[in-house]
Design a protein around this ligand. Structure first.
Ligand code: ARG
Length: 594
């Protein structure tokens, strides 16, 4: 981890620096320092170093130990050489408290900015127009939102792109139907009273979608008219475009209502759907064809890959333009790359998209590389996520075998969470309004946390009972830990959180303190690897360390000396702030009272 220039470094960094200084002849050798159960830290770097210097690792380790300042009140209280030449290091209580005090003095809790921030364009939260949002869209929204927050927190410039599915042949059918049934998308609410709700918007679209599909399948003449309408749409015929826009607007009302429920902020200017690249498609194809990256094959413009073959052994190309002249998903994504690299000046392109689209992205990235649009200076990454499964371990479906509507799931989660909150509400003295609000924070938090606490690539089971459980690795557990700490700090009255490095620490205080010290490194790692689950795991452990501390160390006891109360309040307060900041980076709220 990079050192924190303006602040006291972490214990980890301070020890690593001391070890390097003790062995100047080693140059920049990594001491391979890590947390350990035997002592606080273990350094294993002597082994590789001895090999390099052609010496004996134990002797080298002993020499290092001799030259290091060790003792009561210093950074390192004890060092012993163990095994073939490991160093077991125990830090002093004073150093722990002092280091934490420096973190507490910083609004960012000591999390450094990246040394070389760049520009990341991240493609996330991309539902499809005139279609219901499902659990897959939950994932690309929740994971994307957390990655954006993590990256921004480390100083990266982040541009969001919501590549919504707002183009394609199905719009010919929808628009033609609307022309023949002109009042289907009108709603009373638009003229009098409040604007149409997201639910209504979706139910209108759904009804229209089903009706037009039925007509399309049953009536050959309608089918022909619908196909002709696609041509009008692609040609930019104003009447057709105006109707298409109606579908997009209606869908956006619905999308925003779901994003709102998910407590995720989406900015309108970041919604640049497939249609946003229409003007670039022909040029993209021309460039690919002229450079020979793409070739005509049976009328279609294709890119071939040595390692992409179908079950019959024949190559499966990426089709950039179909033989009828139509452009598809690949042409749009290739044009989007040009836009993001050359106009938005991205040096990282990140795509939060289902792993089932991995082959598509592999081919698209490779094509863009061959075309020279992606170079060594631009990194393209698909942050692929796995499937949401039902309790039976199969892809999540309703009993009727239909896709589960995201809204229904979220409502159910909020309902369950509100019950949980209500049960404890009287004791805490919550008003009805607070119960409702907390129910939303807890319910939505539960859904997000379940999604973010396993690595994105893995499938996970959607199990509401487990998600809203008060025990175990859930957001509710973390939210309660936070609220409990806040209540202690409130009850402390006159006593304030103040660090007292002169006090010795109980084992549970040390364990909590050492874990708190790792927050900055964890955030840097989670951001660098696009891995919110690493932060989630850290926060869960933090809450567990806190629980042990709380059981073993009385905070507000009459028997405690005032300094002890203050120092314990200091640990409480820093834990609460770390939980709050960490949860915010996951997009989860932490109510003050729960
Ligand atoms: N709309 C697509 C879906 O619902 C996801 C789009 C992903 N982004 C992209 N640039 N292709 O699956």
């Amino acid at each position: 981890m990079a050192s924190v220039p303006s602040l006291a470094s972490t214990l980890h960094q301070r020890i690593a620096d001391a070890l390097s200084a003790a062995l100047p002849e080693a140059g920049a050798a990594d001491p391979l320092l890590r947390r350990s159960d035997r002592a606080d830290f273990q350094a294993n770097g002597m082994l590789a170093l001895a090999k390099k210097l052609k010496g004996n690792p134990r002797e080298l380790a002993a020499k290092v130990v001799e030259s290091l300042p060790v003792g009561e009140g210093l950074l390192m209280q004890e060092i012993e050489v163990s095994g073939p030449g490991f160093l077991n290091i125990t830090v002093s209580d004073k150093a722990i408290t002092e280091t934490l005090a420096a973190r507490a003095a910083d609004d960012r809790l000591g999390v450094p900015f990246k040394e070389h921030p760049g520009t990341t364009v991240i493609d996330w939260a991309q539902p499809n127009v005139a279609k219901e949002m499902h659990v897959g869209h939950l994932r690309n929204t929740v994971i994307g939102n957390s990655v954006v927050r993590l990256l921004e927190f480390t100083g990266e410039k982040v541009v969001s792109r919501h590549h919504i599915g707002d183009w394609g042949t199905q719009f010919g059918m929808l628009i033609q139907y609307l022309i023949e049934h002109p009042h289907e998308l009108d709603h009373k609410a638009a003229e009098d009273g409040p604007a149409v709700s997201g639910e209504e918007a979706m139910s209108n679209l759904n009804r229209l979608y089903k009706a037009s599909r039925a007509l399309f399948d049953a009536d050959g003449e309608f089918k022909t008219r619908a196909r002709r309408r696609v041509v009008d749409l692609q040609a930019g015929d104003p009447e057709t475009i105006a109707l298409w826009q109606k579908f997009v607007d209606e869908s956006k009302i619905y999308f925003y209502s779901v994003f709102g429920k998910l407590d995720v902020e989406i900015r309108d200017e970041d919604i640049v759907g497939e249609s946003g690249y229409n003007d670039m498609l022909a040029e993209t194809c021309r460039m690919l064809e002229e450079s020979g990256v793409a070739v005509r094959s049976e009328g279609a413009l294709c890119v071939f890959f040595d390692d992409v073959k179908g079950p019959d052994g024949n190559p499966v190309p990426l089709i950039v333009q179909k033989s009828d002249g139509g452009f598809g998903y690949a042409a749009t994504d290739l044009s989007a790359i040009r836009d993001r690299v050359f106009n938005l000046k991205a040096d990282t392109l990140l795509y939060v998209v289902d792993v089932r689209q991995s082959l598509h992205f592999k081919m698209v990235f490779e094509t863009a590389r061959r075309a020279g649009w992606l170079t060594d200076d631009v990194k393209a990454v698909q942050l692929g996520f796995g499937t949401v499964l039902g309790k039976d371990g199969k892809p999540f479906k309703t009993r009727e075998g239909e896709t589960v509507r995201l809204v229904d799931l979220l409502d159910e989660a909020i309902g369950r969470a509100t019950d949980v909150v209500r049960e404890k509400a009287e004791k805490v003295g919550l008003s009805e309004q607070e119960i409702v609000e907390n129910g939303e924070y807890v319910g939505i938090g539960a859904v997000k946390y379940a999604d973010l606490s396993t690595s994105a690539a893995r499938d996970y089971k959607f199990d509401l009972d487990q998600m809203v459980s008060l025990n175990g690795d859930t957001s509710v557990y973390l939210q309660y830990a936070y609220a409990r700490i806040r209540s202690i700090v409130r009850r402390a009255g006159e006593a304030k959180p103040v660090a007292h490095p002169e006090l010795s620490l109980a084992p549970a205080e040390r364990a909590l303190g050492l874990h708190l010290d790792q927050f900055a490194a964890t955030v840097a790692e989670a951001a660098g690897e696009y891995a919110p689950h690493k932060l989630a795991g850290y926060l869960y452990q933090l809450a567990s360390f806190y629980t042990t501390f709380y059981d073993q160390c009385q905070v507000l006891s009459e028997d405690n000396a005032p300094e002890l109360v203050e120092n314990r309040l200091f640990l409480c307060d820093l834990t609460a702030r770390t939980l709050r900041e960490g949860m915010a980076l996951l997009g989860i709220r932490t109510p003050e009272r729960l």
